[in-house]
Design a protein. Sequence first.
Length: 131
Amino acid sequence: MIRYIIRIILEIIWVDWQYVGAFDAGTFQMSHPDHYSDQHVGVTVHCFESRWGTRHARIVVRRHGIESLANCLHYSAVRKSTVWQKEIYPWLRGRHANKIPTYKKLKGGKWDFRRMLRGAEISPLNKEENT
């Protein structure tokens, strides 16, 4: 119990979150406030990891205007999607994911986001880091 309290205090004092990846959760059909049209809106999930190993995911529904106030009502639909269930939820619970790098790989310079954005194979920079 004491080690959890120490870890929480250290996270509060020495906050250092690293952006480790983003997932496209697809598009969802959401009704428009005028009730005459439906729109297909894209959803992105951003993943963060702290220096101490705590993980956090933020769901971003890409729609603007007055209807963006109700975006939080659609988070449950995102959490039922296959991307969330197969990749993000296990990662949040502490499992290793191949598509999401760790905090140490990003801070140590062993992971290249530019290569990932170009569409190249997602892998560490050094071949010996593949294990």
